[in-house]
Design a binder for this molecule. Sequence first.
Ligand SMILES: [Zn+2]
Length: 223
Amino acid sequence: MNRIYVDIDTQIDFLDRQIGALFVPNADKLVPNLQKLVQKAVADSNSTLFIGSLDSHTFACGEFVENGGPFPRHCVSGTIGQLKLPELMPDRALVLPNCGGFEPYEQLYEVVAGDAQLFLFEKNMFSIFENERAEELVNFWTEHVLKTRPSDVEVIIFGVATEFCVRAAAVEFRERGYRVRVVRDAIAGVTVEGEAAAFQEFWDKGIDTVWTAEVVGEAKVPA
Ligand SMILES: [Zn+2]
């Protein structure tokens, strides 16, 4: 089965209990599993696509409380909190700013032909697909590299937060026809209710869950 690994917002502001501006409850406990998944995705990166999102805002973002939004200020571009957790950063990651699609189209070939282990898409909203380059790279990978259909590609999603950006990625990959599997012990939600609603939606939309051990090929599956 062809795979695309998707790492959602594993950034200091969400994962660091001490200095994270919008720490997701228990998200720091995910780090060992996240490390295993990143190592697996990097190890597979010659034959699979490994992408991720980085929440990236200006201080004027409408998501923030001081601007009338629901969240405290977080992931402001250029701050420590916006950085991906260092232990979850491969040697060779390519950060793709949220500034339009690949133009001309040959840029896509160049990007894929490079030796990046992870393509990180900056985004200002919940969905990774808000960055047009994510859509273009995913389509290119499926159609031109794998030469297959989305229904033949398994998308493995992990990160935070379950009911916001993980949900958006899962639902939107599903809407594009991919087989989607959310890694149950490598995601965390902001609230219990929000998490429960997200799982209900996953169930309703045919989005599967999977354990880290299954993804990385460890024999034992947690009970
Ligand atoms: Zn945000």
